[in-house]
Design a protein. Structure first.
Length: 74
């Protein structure tokens, strides 16, 4: 399982062009998106929001391939 944090803020590789709230409270405004992988994610402390998640397509990978990919991630 690979953990990720999507960090909204002033830094990051991705520009946030627009957001659209479907249900619930909207996210606070952020200009950039930083995607951080790992289980010990320490995003910038002044980030207006952080969304955490995992990849879900690993069920389609053979166990041997999954183990090799996990070793390469570390």
């Amino acid at each position: 399982m690979r953990l990720f944090a999507f960090v909204g803020g002033d830094i990051g590789l991705w520009w946030i062009v627009r957001t659209e709230t479907i249900v619930g409270e909207p996210l606070l405004e952020a200009k950039r998106l930083n995607v951080v992988s790992g289980s010990d994610v320490q995003p910038e402390t002044n980030a207006p929001w952080v969304l955490r998640g995992i990849t879900s397509n690993e069920r389609y990978v053979a166990r041997e391939v999954d183990i090799r990919l996990m070793r390469e991630d570390v």
